[in-house]
Ligand binder design. Structure first.
Ligand code: GLY
Length: 357
């Protein structure tokens, strides 16, 4: 068990009994579970195999980021209220990042805050969304515009859920693990770039996940509200978010983690150019990304649009400046690097050269 802001992350092989053990002091009428339409079918039966959880009241939301809205939140607030929810209630969020973000927000606001447990079911939510206390919803066309930072009482990692996850979603989560590797040590990065993510050894993956979560939890512990070092977790995301938003604009949506992986290529280039990140380590990471993630097709005509997305990223402190977290080496973090347009265009050139377009 590792501690996250005085809360905990546990690794489970027997989900139902491990979660039941966390429910001491919570009466079964006060137990609520949030699922989506997929996790209701595939994951809920495993969670409800035994104990008090069998009688928990279940709310099921539709799948997808599209439903991460205030309307869904209102509906769940009503469900809790109409089904006897009190300040002693406990909400268990069983799903990917949409469910843990939205469910965490519901729990943090209902009756001014009730306890919640996150049980992430995708790799992306295990290593990122469910850990670190960021909760919230999309609003007014903006992602995660409204929210609260307050962590789950416990995050329960049940790696067996990953055995049925498709390769694309596994790789999507794995990109955040690569990011954590780059923020930690050469030893960890070595292990990550040797892993066969297309034909995974699940025992080894479970070990890599544990270390990856530890990297994130240690950063969050130092800076829970993202005033300083937590910005390191944005590595790969400035360019990555621009790719992701643009992919939606042109109706060829890409998965978040793929965008981050391609963003890492550009941001490692900036790290190499501006902060002396070792070239051989950049080349090795770029090789892994190219082999596993393929390409997102862009041409130099797309650069101005991509730049605009970066310039409007909500993480920039000042309008018109594009802010990056860069690295001078693996685990050597340089936050708040303002990079000019010309060099960002060079990073996009490097991305295209690296993936062969
Ligand atoms: N996903 C980045 C963070 O939790 O800070």
């Amino acid at each position: 068990m590792i501690s996250e802001n005085n809360k905990s992350v546990i690794y489970s092989k027997t989900l139902a009994s491990d979660v039941n053990a966390l429910l001491e002091g919570v009466s079964s009428e006060q137990l609520f579970i949030l699922t989506d339409q997929q996790t209701k079918i595939h994951c809920l039966p495993i969670l409800q195999r035994e104990g008090a959880l069998k009688n928990a009241k279940v709310y099921t939301m539709p799948c997808g980021d599209h439903y991460k809205t205030i309307d869904t939140v209102v509906d769940i607030w009503k469900f809790l209220g109409e089904n006897g929810g009190t300040r002693k209630s406990m909400l268990i969020n069983l799903g990917g990042g949409v469910v843990t973000d939205l469910g965490g927000f519901v729990a943090n606001t209902f009756k001014r805050g009730i306890s919640f447990i996150n049980i992430p079911t995708t790799l992306l939510s295990m290593v990122d969304a469910a850990v670190g206390g960021k909760t919230g919803i999309n609003f007014n066309g903006l992602k995660n515009e409204i929210g609260v930072i307050n962590p789950a009482k416990t995050v329960v990692i049940y790696p067996d859920f990953l055995r049925s996850l498709d390769t694309e979603n596994l790789l999507s989560g794995y990109a955040e693990m690569l990011k954590h590797g780059l923020l930690s040590s050469e030893e960890e990065m070595n292990k990550l770039s040797k892993f066969d993510a297309r034909n995974p050894n699940f025992e080894l993956l479970a070990e890599l996940i544990e270390t990856s979560i530890e990297v994130k939890a240690n950063i969050v512990k130092q800076d829970p509200t993202e005033k300083g070092i937590r910005k390191a977790l944005n590595l790969g995301h400035t360019i990555g978010h621009a790719f992701e938003s643009y992919s939606h604009e042109i109706d060829k949506p890409i998965l978040h983690g793929y965008a981050v992986a391609w963003g890492l290529i550009g941001e490692l280039f900036l790290s190499y150019k501006l902060k002396g990140f070792p070239q051989n380590l950049m080349t090795e990471t770029v090789r892994f990304i190219k082999e596993n993630y393929g390409v997102f097709e862009i041409t130099c005509k797309d650069y101005p649009t991509l730049y605009e997305y970066m310039a409007h990223d909500k993480k920039n402190a000042n309008a018109g400046e594009v802010n990056f977290t860069l690295l001078s080496g693996i685990g050597e973090i340089v936050p708040n690097c303002i990079v000019d347009k010309e060099l960002i265009y060079q990073a996009l050139d490097f991305y295209r050269d690296s993936v062969g377009i």
